[in-house]
Design a protein around this ligand. Structure first.
Ligand code: ATP
Ligand code: MG
Length: 246
């Protein structure tokens, strides 16, 4: 039992949820390490959605609504953290949802699909093919899903796969707390925010945007600017904290 008055209560509850999901075979052990890296950057960003990230979330909604065939690529961490929020985002954006794993086994694919479906997500199924220019099983995706997508939303992705999707000519939206990661740096649009804050914000923005407004906004997306703004936000916060000690 985590005491509710613990100063890091919220973070500890999330850790417990991910550890349970790992024991249930949904999250890979490596996924816990990825969460730790994310937590560290969230600390540096002040554990809040910055004004810059909020703008990126509205851009993400515009890109999803303007896309011809948008697909949300879900891994174990994202499913464990945000299954119910993904059902809402799917409804608001009309995007397809495909399970796509770095540490891929049939058992994990099945468990993650079942978890998402329990929370109301409509999960794509089919026979995967090696369509992404990567070695090993990370190349696998569904021909009617990520294979045919013009836009892929990849919460918590690895940099190589993000770059490979870009190489295939697809637009990529990444949700990643680390503005220095290759994922954030290679995405068309990096959303530098915690996934449980980002997904509902993108869904809410989808619900308030007309198709014409989405198309116009999607044309002007400047991903690099969000990287610079996140790095500046971290630098400003560190400086402030340093001054507070004087
Ligand atoms: P690369 O440089 O190839 O992108 P990486 O350093 O990002 O690699 P990964 O294994 O892809 O390493 O780590 C997962 C990424 O996901 C980390 O950058 C981390 O900041 C981010 N992350 C982890 N948990 C969350 C979360 N809950 N919300 C948002 N981002 C997260
Ligand atoms: Mg990454």
């Amino acid at each position: 039992m985590i005491p509710e008055d613990h100063p890091r209560y919220a973070a500890l509850v999330v850790r417990e949820r991910l550890a349970d999901a790992m024991r249930a075979g949904i999250v890979a052990p490596e996924g816990l390490i990825a969460q730790g890296r994310g937590e560290a950057f969230d600390y540096l960003l002040g554990e809040r959605t910055t004004a810059s990230a909020a703008r990126a979330e509205t851009d993400a909604a515009a890109m999803l609504l303007a896309a011809r065939r948008p697909v949300i690529s879900v891994n174990g961490n994202t499913a464990a953290l945000s299954a119910h929020q993904l059902a809402d985002l799917q409804e608001a954006s009309g995007a397809l949802v495909e399970v796509n794993l770095f540490h891929r086994t049939e058992e994990r694919m099945h468990k993650i699909t079942a978890l998402l479906e329990e929370h109301g997500v409509d999960v794509l199924s089919g026979v995967p093919e090696r369509l992404i220019p990567l070695s090993h099983d990370r190349a696998l995706c569904l021909p009617d899903g990520i294979g045919a997508a013009d836009l892929v939303l990849v919460p918590l992705e690895d940099g190589d796969r993000c770059a490979a999707l870009r190489q295939m000519g697809k637009a990529v939206i990444a949700v990643d707390l680390n503005p220095l990661s290759r994922t954030a740096q290679t995405a068309t649009l990096p959303v530098i925010d915690e996934v449980r804050r980002a997904v509902p914000a993108i869904a809410a923005a989808c619900r308030t945007m007309t198709p014409a407004a989405a198309r116009e906004r999607a044309c002007g997306v400047d991903g690099k600017r969000y990287l610079k703004e996140a790095i500046a936000a971290i630098a400003a916060r560190l400086e402030e904290m340093g001054h507070a000690l004087e």
